[in-house]
Design a protein around this ligand. Structure first.
Ligand code: SF4
Length: 233
């Protein structure tokens, strides 16, 4: 099946919610400036999502081959036990808003611009998940992203983006030489069916991570993913 591009994504830049989140006093001069920024963002923002169903050709102890592209990760390999199809995806706040935010020349405005980009990215992620659920009805799923674990490093963005096709032309998302995504408020990953819900955070020891979505479970690595005598953490 062809790559699916979602590029008509509505974003609600809720000023009250943004004031609260950014600690801006309602009625203040800052609130007025934030309101102006929201108006600009409403005019400019074109968040996008791009995804594609892919099929697993082969598996070995250290990775999988998906539509002819090898992804190297022991954790991904174990998570894909019994799985035959999955979805590769990217979602982004959009190059238009990214470029606009890059031109903001005041530190406070730049900070607010990041929040507006996150708002647009959130809309893109919700639309991606809703479209995929409606179109494929995949049942219970989890997702993994290159760079979230030592076992699946950021360099694995390259094969992931190879699976996505021309993500830069279609969705305006590109990889830098160091495999970071631009615009910076973009995500990518592989979503797969699973009965046991999985979050990379369960295997990630990073303390005080503001984005943690699940409790760190160090015993899970040895119990489920590590082969005898192997250290993949
Ligand atoms: S704990 Fe934080 S750094 Fe670690 S995988 Fe989760 S979100 Fe990423």
């Amino acid at each position: 099946m062809d790559t699916i591009l979602l590029d008509d994504i509505a974003v609600d830049f809720d000023e009250q919610a943004l004031q609260k989140r950014l600690h801006v006093q309602p009625g203040s001069a800052d609130a007025e400036e934030l309101s102006q920024l929201c108006s600009d963002a409403r005019r400019i923002a074109r968040p996008k999502a791009l995804y594609r169903i892919v099929y697993i050709d082969d598996k070995d102890d250290h990775g999988v081959v998906v539509d002819g592209v090898r992804l190297t990760s022991r954790v991904l390999r174990v998570n894909l036990d019994g799985v035959h199809r999955c979805w590769v995806y990217t979602a982004t706040c959009g190059k238009e808003l990214g470029d606009w935010a890059d031109r903001l020349d005041d530190v406070l405005l730049q900070f607010w611009g990041e929040a507006l980009k996150e708002t647009a990215l959130g809309a893109a992620i919700r639309r991606l998940n809703a479209d995929l659920n409606e179109r494929f009805q995949p049942g219970k799923t989890s997702a993994m992203a290159p760079g979230s674990l030592v076992d699946w490093p950021l360099s694995q963005q390259r094969p992931l983006f190879a699976l996505l096709g021309d993500a830069e032309r279609l969705a305006g998302v590109r990889l830098t030489d160091s495999c970071l995504m631009l615009p910076n408020k973009s995500i990518s990953g592989l979503r797969f069916p699973t009965e046991a819900s999985f979050e990379s955070c369960q295997l990630c020891p990073r303390a005080d991570c503001p984005s943690r979505r699940a409790r760190y479970e160090p015993e899970l690595m040895t119990a489920k993913y590590q082969r005898r005598g192997e250290d993949i953490a």
